[in-house]
Design a protein around this ligand. Sequence first.
Ligand code: FES
Ligand SMILES: [Fe+2]
Length: 330
Amino acid sequence: MIQNQWYVILRSKEVKKGKPVGFTRLGENMVAWRLDDDRVVVQSDICPHRGAALHQGKLMDETIQCPFHGFEFDASGACQYIPARGKTVPPPKIFQVKTYPSQERHGYIFIWYGEEQESYPPIPIYEELTSGFDYADYAESWTVHYSRAIENQLDVFHLPFPHRTTIGRGNRVISDGPLVRMVGDEMQIWVYSRKEDGSPARKASELAQPFRPPFLHFRFPHLWQNHISDDFRITVYFTPIDEGNTIMYTRYYQRMVKVPLLGWFIAWLSSIFSIIILHQDKRVVEKQLPIKSDFKMGEKLISADQPIILYRRIRKALQDGKTIQEINAE
Ligand code: FES
Ligand SMILES: [Fe+2]
């Protein structure tokens, strides 16, 4: 995993008032619950007393009560009450539940995964999609390391094979370029594919400058956007559950049809089509070996793999503790 980043860990609708939810993300057991004023609290699901799962406990006024011995923890993680010691005895500070800095935006719950900081960078989100679009929402888990799931969506030349009956129709097997750029914290990819015509694939340097926005975008650590057109986009947050499982929080946005309900229906229809496409990938990607990718791993890559090479290089540098600014300046 890449440390010191914001990650989507749940959708807002999955955390309801009055009921804590337990789940695993980023290899850690977590519990999420809501305060009366609607704020979301995300904490370790492991009670510091003797390891019971807090999500099995009860929500009190502003605290979560452990199901085992009733210790109560507040939104900051501090223990407020140890019933066995009596109301008049203040709990010692060592009974602290790990509490993740969290934010809720546009129907997603984000946590900061890493060291506490005085101030945090902005959360990764496409602001232009937060108004004016209808969207359909979908989440699905794959038994893959997150790197393989992300690389699948950065892979620009597999379409004629697993997707030959859907988006890969037409046998456009030749992949010119692709053009790949890093702009701030975002990878931008322009895709050029064509049929075999006897001429070899052209290098990125031989391609004309693009006249349309990039087709694929990827913002570290885990947000991908397919810019199908200005009015139709797909986004995915690839969230690691653990080293072998990844959940994909997917949205299908459209603003071609502006009639309420019909607009949502169009987005929903496209989500159904996209799920079929996703499953064409799933059967291949879940069998890829080794389980996770790395910057140096012995795969024999070709120039059409350029987006994957760049992803691996930047991920490695971020894992080594560099910032995007430092990486871009190299
Ligand atoms: S294990 Fe949680 S209070 Fe004892
Ligand atoms: Fe695919």
